[in-house]
Design a binder for this molecule. Structure first.
Ligand code: RIB
Length: 294
C-alpha cells in the first residue's frame, strides 16, 4: 500500500510573546524564529519519522527549496511537490508563556492546486492506497472525489475547519482525525461522547480519532471506544502536536498495530513534540518514542 499526503507547506514565523496580542495592542516580542511547518508537511514528516513510506504532494513557491531539502533529510518522497512562481505559504505564530499558540495563515502556493495537477498526482496511486488530507490546500472536495473513484482509502484531518469543507462528501472518508473543536464544528455538538456518537451515526463505516487536549484522545469504530490519556510534560510549544499524533497514528495503522498501542505511541510522540520549539524540528523519531515508552 502506498501513502500519499497532499497538503500544505508553510514557513512558520514564530514569535515568543508574553500573551496573545489583543485587538488594538502593540506588543514587543521576546524572540523570533522561522521553522518549516504546515499541517501537511508536519504530518508527512511525522509519518516518515514513524517509519512509514510517504509521498508528499503540494505546491511551493520560489522560496520553498527548504521543503525539498527537508523531504530528502527525513525520507519523505517529494516527486509530486511542484515549485511554482510566487510565494510559498506562510504562518505567523504567537507562542505565549503557557506554550499556547495562535496562528495566522497565508496560503500562497498551497492555494494554487489545479485539477490537472491533482489528476497527475493521483495517476501514480491505485485502489487500496492511502490518501491523507488536511484543509490547508485548495481542491479538497475534488481530491476526495477523484481518490474515492480510484478506490483509495481517505484519511481526513479537517483542520482548520472552515466552510470549504462543507463541499466535501464526508461519506467518502474512511478515517477522521480531529480535535474536539473540529468535531464540534462538524456535528454542532460540544460533548466529546456526543460528538463521537454523531460522527459514528453519520459515517458508520469510518474510523474516528478525537483528540481532547489535556484529556487525551478517544478512538471510535462502531461500538468500540478506546481511550488514551496524555503523557504529562512541561510544554514549550504545542505547534504540530496534533500533526505529530496524526502522522504517528496513521503510520501505526498502516503497520497493522493494535489500536491501543497506536494511541499510546502517538500520544507519547506528541508529548515529546510539545517539549521542543517549532513544527517540523519538534517531531521525534520512532526510536526515541519507543525508548520513552519503555
Ligand atoms: O498544525 C501546525 C501548523 O499549522 C503550523 O506548522 C502552521 O504552519 C499551520 O499550518
Amino acid at each position: 500500500m502506498k501513502v500519499l499526503n497532499i497538503g500544505s507547506m508553510n514557513l512558520d514565523h514564530v514569535y515568543n510573546v508574553d500573551h496573545i496580542v489583543q485587538p488594538g495592542e502593540t506588543q514587543a516580542t521576546d524572540g523570533m524564529n522561522i521553522f518549516l511547518g504546515g499541517k501537511g508537511m508536519n504530518q508527512s514528516i511525522a509519518l516518515a519519522k514513524a517509519g512509514a513510506d510517504v509521498y508528499h504532494g503540494g505546491m511551493i513557491g520560489n522560496d520553498g527549496q527548504l521543503f525539498l531539502d527537508a523531504c530528502k533529510e527525513y525520507g519523505v518522497k517529494s516527486d509530486y511537490i511542484r515549485q511554482i512562481k510566487g510565494k510559498t505559504g506562510h504562518a505567523i505564530i504567537q507562542i505565549d508563556k503557557s506554550a499556547q499558540n495562535c496562528i495566522l495563515l497565508y496560503g500562497g502556493a498551497n492555494e494554487r492546486l489545479t485539477e490537472e495537477y491533482v489528476d497527475e498526482v493521483l495517476a501514480g496511486f491505485e485502489e487500496g492506497d492511502m490518501l491523507l488530507l488536511q484543509n490547508e490546500v485548495n481542491m479538497i472536495p475534488y481530491i476526495v472525489d477523484k481518490a474515492y473513484e480510484k478506490g483509495m482509502q481517505i484519511a481526513l484531518n479537517p483542520s482548520p475547519f472552515n466552510d470549504r469543507l462543507k463541499d466535501v462528501d464526508m461519506s467518502k472518508i474512511s478515517l477522521f482525525l480531529m480535535n474536539e473543536v473540529e468535531g464540534g464544528q462538524i456535528t454542532g455538538l460540544t460533548d466529546p461522547e456526543e460528538i463521537i456518537a454523531k460522527v459514528v451515526e453519520l459515517y458508520p463505516n469510518a474510523k474516528i480519532v478525537l483528540t481532547l487536549g489535556k484529556d487525551g484522545a478517544i478512538y471510535a469504530e462502531g461500538n468500540v471506544r478506546i481511550q488514551q490519556p496524555i503523557f504529562k510534560v512541561e510544554a514549550v510549544d504545542t505547534t504540530a502536536a496534533g500533526d505529530t499524533f496524526t502522522g504517528y497514528f496513521l503510520a501505526g495503522l498502516i503497520e497493522g498495530m493494535e489500536i491501543a498501542d497506536i494511541l499510546k505511541m502517538s500520544a507519547k510522540a506528541s508529548s515529546i513534540a510539545v517539549t521542543r520549539e517549532g513544527a517540523v524540528p519538534s517531531i521525534p523519531y520512532r526510536a526515541e518514542v519507543m525508548d520513552a515508552l519503555k
